[in-house]
Design a protein around this ligand. Structure first.
Ligand SMILES: NC(=O)c1ccc[n+]([C@@H]2O[C@H](COP(=O)([O-])OP(=O)(O)OC[C@H]3O[C@@H](n4cnc5c(N)ncnc54)[C@H](OP(=O)(O)O)[C@@H]3O)[C@@H](O)[C@H]2O)c1
Length: 345
């Protein structure tokens, strides 16, 4: 049954290190009413993304920080249950910045607005937040546009068993590359090689991981799909080939520190090997999302791409769920289910 009030997590203070429940205020308020041209959305699934940890620091990024007292920002999918907006009819599923709460109004002040999903989805709604959502789209444009892979090249992917990494690696396989993943457990490595078809996967927590990485890349590295930064990035940099490309997708090692994007590395190999490093944000490709979703959907239907979601149940678990992105306690895309979907209007 739908709750009679709106539970919300508001940012109470800027966290240090991993978040705690005390960094947020959990409050219950009346369910908001949609105004003219607005719709009331019942939130169903929250996406958990490492960028959420950056949004609650005081550092300006591609979006302003979440203000103290503001509902915690997060992408997600919800269902319209009341509507004064002909573009968002009752019953439709929508994607947008729904936040850590049970209900949201599709007010014009919400950045990027709310996008209706196709009426008869061929996949469960949560897939629209993973392989057919921002993470799949990030992998698609990062690997293809910035990595520019050629058959036979060697691609190394860090955080390879995560949402972006697991899809980027499979796209690189489709492109005919040798794909080597780095992940934080033997089980994750087995999933990468046995289920997803990676050529090799290395547990970076093993004592000899650098030696294993060298052995797995006998011809050096042509593309570094970088999700992590720090020591892992440095190790991959030392193996880059002439004219290699570094797809600078994320630097998660720094996100819980004071300077979330700090990652000190020796740039010597970049100069000597004439390597191109390019940072990117998936929003840069907003006009081409349909192209990515269409191609990813075709690969999915053809069984060329597999995906996993780790789904936590219950809005009340949101703060500790965010930490699972950093302690690695999940496989594939991390989501939180707030309510059963879809609700019969
Ligand atoms: N540029 C863009 O537009 C864009 C868009 C989306 C995401 N990103 C970035 O892409 C990266 C992956 O994001 P995602 O959503 O797919 O998350 P994810 O990979 O599903 O989850 C994060 C993973 O990172 C690994 N990790 C965490 N802390 C680590 C550390 N200190 N050292 C090594 N590995 C660590 C953990 O896996 P293990 O168990 O294997 O350690 C964890 O499961 C992030 O850096 C994110 O910021 C960028």
């Amino acid at each position: 049954m739908a709750p009679a009030s709106n539970r919300q997590f508001l940012l109470k203070r800027r966290p240090t290190g991993l978040v705690t429940r005390d960094d947020f205020e959990c409050r219950e308020t009346a369910i908001p009413s949609p105004g003219s041209g607005e719709a009331l959305v019942r939130n169903l699934f929250l996406s958990f993304d490492p960028s959420q940890r950056i949004w609650i620091t005081d550092m300006p990024g591609y979006m302003p920080p979440v203000a103290i007292g503001e509902v915690m920002r997060a992408h997600g999918i919800g269902q319209v249950i009341l509507s004064n907006d002909p573009q968002l009819p009752v019953g439709s599923l929508v994607h947008g910045l729904i936040g850590w709460q049970d209900y949201v109004v599709s007010s014009k002040s919400v950045p990027f607005g709310f996008t209706p999903l196709p009426l008869r989805l061929p996949v469960p709604p949560e897939v629209m937040l993973s392989v057919l959502g921002m993470t799949g789209i990030t992998a698609y444009f990062g690997l293809r546009e910035i990595g520019a892979p050629k058959p036979g090249e060697t691609v190394v992917i860090s955080a390879a068993a995560g949402a972006v990494g697991s899809i980027a690696g499979q796209i690189a396989k489709i492109e005919g590359c040798r794909v080597v993943g780095l992940a934080g457990s033997d089980d994750k490595c087995t999933w990468l090689t046995q289920d997803l078809g990676f050529d090799a996967a290395i547990n970076y927590k093993a004592a000899d991981w650098k030696k294993q990485l060298r052995a797995a890349c006998p011809k050096g590295v042509d593309i570094d799909f970088e999700n992590v930064g720090g020591e892992i990035m440095q190790a991959v940099f030392s193996m880059l080939n002439l004219h290699a490309r570094v797809v600078l997708c994320g630097l998660i090692t720094g996100y819980n520190g004071d300077n979330p994007t700090a990652s000190l590395v020796d740039l010597g190999p970049i100069l000597v090997k004439r390597v191109r490093i390019e940072g990117f944000i998936v929003l840069d490709y907003a006009k081409r999302y349909l192209e990515a979703v269409t191609q990813l959907g075709q690969w999915l239907a053809a069984g060329k791409i597999k995906h996993r979601e780790t789904i936590v149940e219950g809005l009340e678990h949101a703060p500790e769920t965010l930490n699972r992105l950093f302690d690695g306690d999940k496989l594939g895309k991390l989501l939180l289910k707030i309510a059963e979907a879809p609700i019969k209007p």
